[in-house]
Design a protein around this ligand. Structure first.
Ligand code: ZN
Length: 267
């Protein structure tokens, strides 16, 4: 069993509903038994839920992505809380996400936009805490500030997606109950730091993801990524760690289930 812990299957780049169904079906044929579709803004809360309801191997998360925070309104946080309360009875609803902080995009690392990002992040962490749900974290040049709030607002953990940071930062996330998501970036031989992390971190801390349609693996770039790439991305990790592919598949799927208990209940 393979699990894609982060796939924006509702993104326009997939080219419409039929292509989205095809992408999920092609992934299932490659052994990707589960896909997690994170929301990014209030406008797609219903979209990700509907997709997950239609596709046998899809689940979803609800949240406001840091890059959608500039155009988000305070009322969207209230709408999110209402959406979570409404989704809690839905077994396909597995996490709060995608939430986090992006200090890479110019203008978002300081001033009012940074403040607004932190406000949205903190408020969404509180929702994860209140509903006892794991979170899917967007981490870009923001590891230490994300960690600062995680130490203050206790959530059950989750996944730090597309992880790229120091070994010490990785260990800090792990210590707070997080697994780290590895995907297409790891398939580039020049990605020395990510490959080093993928080898040196405990296997129990690693989960696989595509972040499709983004973060295409080396063999696909610059074509859009697809959830069916998970086994091949997994093969890169297996080779880096000197593991047999079935063992790597089994271990990363078990880690994803440990990070997402509601997904484990489905699987
Ligand atoms: Zn994402």
């Amino acid at each position: 069993m393979w699990i894609d812990t982060h796939c924006h299957l509702d993104a326009a780049e997939f080219g419409g509903e039929q292509a989205q169904v095809q992408a999920a079906t092609a992934a299932a044929q490659q052994g990707v038994d589960w896909i997690v579709i994170p929301a990014v803004e209030r406008a797609n809360f219903a979209t990700v839920a509907t997709l997950a309801a239609q596709l046998p191997n899809c689940t979803y998360a609800l949240g406001i992505h840091p890059l959608y925070v500039p155009q988000a309104e305070e009322a969207d946080l209230l709408a999110l809380r209402t959406a979570i309360a409404g989704a809690i009875a839905d077994p396909r609803f597995v996490a709060i996400g995608e939430i986090g902080l992006d200090f890479f995009v110019p203008g978002m690392d300081s001033g009012p936009l940074r403040e607004k990002q932190e406000h949205f992040y903190v408020e969404q962490l509180k929702m994860a805490r209140d509903f006892d749900l794991p979170v899917l974290l967007h981490v870009r040049r923001s590891q230490d500030i994300l960690l600062k709030h995680l130490r203050r607002i206790k959530v059950q953990g989750g996944i730090a997606h597309a992880f790229n940071g120091s070994f010490q930062q990785a260990e800090a996330f792990i210590g707070l109950g997080f697994r780290l998501g590895f995907g297409g970036a790891m398939t580039f031989t020049r990605a020395l730091q990510i490959r080093r992390l993928a080898v040196q971190l405990p296997l129990a801390a690693l989960v696989l993801e595509t972040d499709a349609p983004d973060m295409s693996p080396a063999w696909l770039h610059p074509q859009p990524n697809q959830p069916q790439q998970i086994p091949r991305i997994g093969a890169v990790l297996a080779e880096l760690r000197g593991m047999a592919l079935p063992d790597l598949a089994q271990a990363t799927a078990a880690n994803a289930c440990a990070a997402l208990p509601r997904l484990a209940a489905l699987a």
